[in-house]
Design a protein around this ligand. Structure first.
Ligand code: GRF
Length: 236
């Protein structure tokens, strides 16, 4: 853990960027409050004024909350730098993109090298970008799921961290698949943050691949959840 020390307790500080309803943020906050994730969300920012994620942050009494819409006439690079300054001032140990629908620019990425995590609703590297669940259905995928990965300049292409998978049902719609994948996201994203807080990810400088150092297990490694049929694997 490389968090700031408050008294005798080191706090692993997480900043979250979110654009939408904020169910992933809510799940992360619930896992923290339940003691399953040793971290604190100290800052939540949204590029969308009035995003549900901001209400979630208020409800959970996050200390710093910011609405940061891109201003009219503001160039993408200027917005990126403004956001980087704001995020840097929050001094997080980890930045989490929880349903953040904007491409993170080079200034933000450079400010937190290897310390930005995204959750994406597909089994990457398949189905990058928008409407990943619809892409999976259109391609006739039999297995779908979600991934967490490190954010680099390569959209949805940074080193993979955790994944979880479910079988696609014969009568699946985009909405039903999105809902079932979201359930996986709500487990996999908090777990990813916990592994970060515990210093358990080991990213190879050579290949960029992320591995998990041995230790306790929270998700099954690998295993099948008999209720949802979901397959979780943390890798080896
Ligand atoms: C999630 O499916 C996330 O993977 C995608 O957008 C959705 C956000 O949901 N990028 P929420 O705002 O966390 O509820």
């Amino acid at each position: 853990m490389n968090g700031e020390t408050v008294g005798a307790i080191a706090v692993f500080k997480v900043a979250v960027l979110a654009s939408g309803r904020g169910s992933n943020l809510a799940s992360l906050l619930r896992h923290i409050e339940a003691g399953h994730v040793d971290a604190k969300v100290t800052f939540v920012a949204s590029d969308k004024a009035g995003a549900g994620a901001l209400d979630t942050a208020r409800r959970h009494k996050v200390a710093a909350i910011a609405e940061v819409p891109r201003e009219e006439g503001e160039a993408a690079a200027e917005y990126d730098q403004r956001l980087a300054r704001l995020m840097t001032a929050a001094r997080p140990d980890l930045v989490v993109l929880a349903g953040y629908m904007r491409i993170v620019g080079p200034a933000v990425i450079a400010a937190f090298p290897g310390r930005i995590v995204n959750v994406h609703p597909s089994l990457l590297p398949a189905f990058k970008g928008l409407r990943a669940q619809a892409q999976a259905l259109a391609a006739g995928a039999r297995i779908a799921g979600c991934s967490t990965h490190l954010v680099t300049g390569d959209l949805d292409g940074g080193p993979l961290l955790l994944q979880a998978a479910i079988p696609v049902r014969p009568d699946e719609t985009e909405a039903s698949l999105a809902g079932r994948i979201l359930h996986l996201e709500h487990i996999v994203l908090p777990r990813t943050v916990q592994l970060f807080a515990a210093g358990r990810f080991d990213v190879s400088a050579k290949t960029g691949a992320a591995r998990i150092a041995a230790g306790d297990s929270w998700l099954r490694r690998p295993g099948i959840d008999l209720v949802s049929g979901a397959l979780y694997s943390e890798g080896f």
